[in-house]
Every structure is written in structure tokens, then in C-alpha cells.
Write a protein that binds this ligand. Structure first.
Ligand SMILES: Cc1cc2nc3c(=O)[nH]c(=O)nc-3n(C[C@H](O)[C@H](O)[C@H](O)COP(=O)(O)O)c2cc1C
Length: 315
């Protein structure tokens, strides 16, 4: 039996729903020895900023019992370098490219959106990162004031007709309320969730295991939280959702599909199992064959809420 994994979002067609979470896949070619990037449904880039950013001092990642902490701080070589050195690679690759962008000001968000709007042959969508917890300027601290979030997404919407996703995190405040507001400002979909701020201490030195006090927690520890938000946002607004947060294996991926996720962004798992994305892809296919489900659309959103089963209804 052949199964159809095609996923459609607005005018975009993805051959399957499996992609990579921003910042967890290098610049893609590093993974080419483990995974044929062509097999992915889409590629989401590391967040690109207008100016190059060195990121935070090291150490800036550490393992914890159920995930990792990172305080990378949006390290990247900036817009100009990305256009010159990376866009040609993606042009050849021919996998739908979703570029993650972040500005330190509203005008930077405008500039990024305007620039990528001119590259529609290769860039298919933008993920507007409103939620990096690890930077002093831009990111979660800048965005804590809700009017700034709304100004940033409005600036992006005004400058591009590309499909746009706002990436939000519980660190920003009420996820459901913010999702509603950015959709009102014209965002096509939501990307959920970015990392949750956490700490890890070296008990011998009594200092942080990172150079900073806090980092963003990702991996299995945040999966139940991410799953709940994807479910709620999908239920409340029925817009396209990119899910990330502890998607490590097929079972995780199926849970996110069942609550309605459109794309599944594999993040921390890439560091543990470099071929996690293709393993998950094969696993979804095998599950569908076993359950005799031909079309992914039949699986997506098939979760049966407790209240429909006559049990407790959660909000
Ligand atoms: C090392 C690292 C770097 C990250 N960099 C970014 C980034 O540049 N932009 C962004 O939007 N999210 C970034 N994230 C967050 C991931 O894209 C993802 O939303 C989050 O890690 C949850 O997914 P996971 O639990 O599968 O890792 C980063 C995460 C990690 C672990």
C-alpha cells in the first residue's frame, strides 16, 4: 500500500511533513553525510539577523536529565553572508526553504521580510522568531511588550506576500492570546514552541554550567508542554502550525500530528541521532501502512478530546 504524506499549507505543497527546527541543523550541508536533505519536507534555517552576531560566550550548551540547555544567542553570519553563501546552496537543493528571521528593531524585521520576498524562487515561507530567550536585544526580552510583537509581525506582513509563521513561546506570556493577536495582524500560521528558560548548576563550583545563568530548555522535557499548545492553538484558530518541542521519534511525531500539527520540526533529536528526521519519516509511513491509513490528512487532527468521549473537558 502506498501512503500519501503530502502536506499542503496555503499555496505550498510539501512532499512530507518532516522538517528541522531552527538552529538545530547547522546550515544543512553538515548533515548531508547522515541524511539526504532532499528527503525532508522542508528546511527551516537557523535564525538570520540583519547584522552578524557572535552569540553568547561559551559554554553555551549543556545536557540535563531530559533535554538540553542552550544559550547560543542567535549566532549567525548575518543577512549579507546568507544571501551570498547560502542561498545558492538552497537554490540547488530544491527543498522548500523556510527562513527564520529576527530583528533587533521593527525596521530590521521589515528589511528581512522585504529582502526574502524578492527570493521567492527559493524561499517559500518565513518563520518570524519572536521568542529567542537567549539574547539581550531582540528576542524574548525585547518582545515582552506585546505591542512590539504586533509591530514586528505587522512590519513583516506589510513587506511580504510569502507564507508567514510567528514563532512564539510561553516565555512571551499567554501563548493562546498572543497567537490570536498575531493572526489578526496577518500571520498565516504559528510555530510552537521555542525553548523554555531554565538553569543547570555545577555543584562543585556552585556556578552555572553555562557561561550565562540561564539557557533555553529543549528536548523530551518540553514535549508535553509543546503538544498541549499545538493542540490548543489548532483548536482555537485552525491555522497552519509548525510543531517543535521534543519530537524525537515516530511516536512523538504521531502525537503532534494527531493534535493537528501541519509540519513537524525535529530539533534537539538531531544532535543525538543525526538521522532522526528520516527515521521518523519511515516510522510515520510504517504506522500508516499498519493502520491502513492512506492519506496523512486522515491522521492529522484525529485526536479524540476527553469531552467528546463524555469525560472531563480541558481548556
Ligand atoms: C542549539 C539550539 C539552537 C537553537 N536556535 C534557534 C534559532 O536560531 N531560532 C529559533 O527560532 N529557535 C532556535 N532553537 C529552538 C528550536 O528551533 C526549537 O524550537 C526548540 O529547541 C524546541 O524543539 P526541540 O525540543 O525538538 O529541540 C534552538 C534550539 C537549540 C537546541
Amino acid at each position: 500500500m502506498k501512503v500519501d504524506l503530502t502536506t499542503t499549507i496555503k499555496n505550498l505543497k510539501f512532499r512530507n511533513p518532516v522538517t528541522v527546527a531552527s538552529g538545530t541543523y547547522g546550515t544543512t550541508d553538515e548533515y548531508a553525510g547522515y541524511v539526504e536533505p532532499k528527503k525532508l519536507g522542508a528546511i527551516i534555517t537557523k535564525t538570520i539577523t540583519v547584522k552578524p552576531r557572535a552569540g553568547n560566550p561559551m559554554p553555551r550548551i549543556c545536557e540535563t536529565s531530559a533535554g538540553m540547555l542552550n544559550a547560543i544567542g542567535l549566532q549567525n553570519k548575518g543577512l549579507e553572508d546568507f544571501l551570498k553563501n547560502k542561498i545558492p546552496y538552497f537554490q540547488k537543493l530544491k527543498v522548500p526553504l523556510i527562513v527564520s528571521i529576527a530583528g533587533e528593531s521593527v525596521s530590521e524585521f521589515s528589511k528581512l521580510a522585504e529582502t526574502f520576498d524578492r527570493l521567492k524562487d527559493v524561499v517559500k515561507a518565513l518563520e518570524v522568531n519572536l521568542s529567542c530567550p537567549n539574547v539581550e536585544t531582540g528576542g524574548v526580552n525585547f518582545m515582552k511588550k506585546q505591542e512590539r510583537i504586533l509591530d514586528a509581525v505587522k512590519a513583516v506582513r506589510d513587506k511580504t506576500s510569502l507564507v508567514t509563521f510567528a514563532k512564539i513561546s510561553p516565555e512571551l506570556g499567554d501563548v493562546i492570546e498572543i497567537a490570536g493577536k498575531v493572526i489578526e495582524q496577518g500571520m498565516d500560521g504559528i510555530s510552537l514552541i521555542n525553548t523554555l528558560r531554565g538553569m543547570a548548576i555545577n555543584i562543585h563550583t556552585r556556578s552555572s554550567r553555562l557561561a550565562k545563568d540561564f539557557g533555553g530548555l529543549s528536548g523530551p522535557a518540553i514535549k508535553p508542554v509543546a503538544l498541549r499548545y499545538v493542540y490548543q492553538v489548532k483548536k482555537e484558530y485552525n491555522v497552519p502550525v509548525i510543531a517543535s518541542g521534543g519530537i524525537c521519534d515516530t511516536r512523538d511525531a504521531l502525537e503532534f500530528l494527531m493534535v493537528g500539527a501541519d509540519l513537524l520540526a525535529v530539533g534537539t533529536a538531531n544532535f543525538v541521532i543525526p538521522a532522526a528526521t528520516v527515521d521518523i519519516l519511515k516510522g510515520i509511513e510504517a504506522f500508516m501502512k499498519k493502520e491502513k491509513i492512506q492519506d496523512l490528512g486522515k491522521l492529522r487532527g484525529s485526536y479524540k478530546p476527553a469531552c467528546e468521549r463524555g469525560e472531563g473537558c480541558s481548556r
